[in-house]
Design a protein around this ligand. Structure first.
Ligand code: HEC
Length: 175
């Protein structure tokens, strides 16, 4: 009897221990997932802050820019550039982006954020986010004159069925 009781007690302890382990593992897994989501959220906030500080002075917090001041609207437009390799590069090399104080990694993150936030519907289905390496490779190649580059891209994209937002910068030189 005594040994049976001990065995039962032992079995109960074993079961209790197993449940406790499950609970701890479950909690750890949940904490891990919540931690990951919190980290991703913090990162998104940091990238948004970079956009607000470095870009929104001209492009506005909601991305609408200011056509009378030559600042194009990002909304439902800027994503279209990523359908062309030269367009992908343009987003990095455009003076406001290339000359910003952001590091290459930060600029890659801001461009990805801008595209997702303001123009997700214009992105290709297989859109590959910008990486630090891609930004680092294209960024030093500054344009002598960005205006004809933008007009050429608009022409090509328009033949592919994309309508870009109005571009009044350098409008005295419109083709
Ligand atoms: C001092 C004002 C100013 C700031 C700050 C600025 N931009 Fe711009 N941005 C412009 C102007 C003006 C244009 C249009 C002329 C041109 O193409 O450079 C433009 C154009 C662009 C375009 C091309 C959009 C299109 O439809 O052709 C992108 C992309 C862009 N900016 C990204 C950025 C990013 C990213 C930042 C922040 C890191 C930034 N800009 C900061 C003024 C600014």
């Amino acid at each position: 009897m005594r040994s049976g009781a001990r065995r039962q007690a032992g079995a109960r302890r074993g079961l209790a221990l197993a449940l406790l382990l499950c609970a701890v593992q479950g909690a750890a897994a949940q904490e891990g997932a919540a931690g990951g989501a919190a980290d991703a959220d913090r990162l998104r906030q940091a990238v948004r802050a970079d956009y607000v500080l470095q870009c929104a002075g001209c492009h506005r917090v909601d991305g609408r820019g200011s056509s009378p001041h030559g600042i194009p609207d990002f909304r439902q437009s800027v994503g279209a550039f990523t359908h062309l390799p030269t367009g992908r590069e343009y987003l990095i090399r455009v003076p406001g982006a290339a000359h910003s104080q952001l590091s290459n990694a930060e600029l890659a993150a801001v461009l990805n954020w801008v595209l997702g936030e303001f123009s997700a519907a214009q992105l290709p289905a297989n859109f590959q986010p910008y990486t630090e390496a891609e930004v680092a490779a294209a960024r030093p190649n500054r344009y002598d004159d960005v205006v004809p580059v933008r007009h050429k891209l608009a022409e090509t994209l328009s033949s592919m069925g994309f309508t870009l937002s109005d571009y009044s910068y350098g409008s005295d030189r419109k083709p």
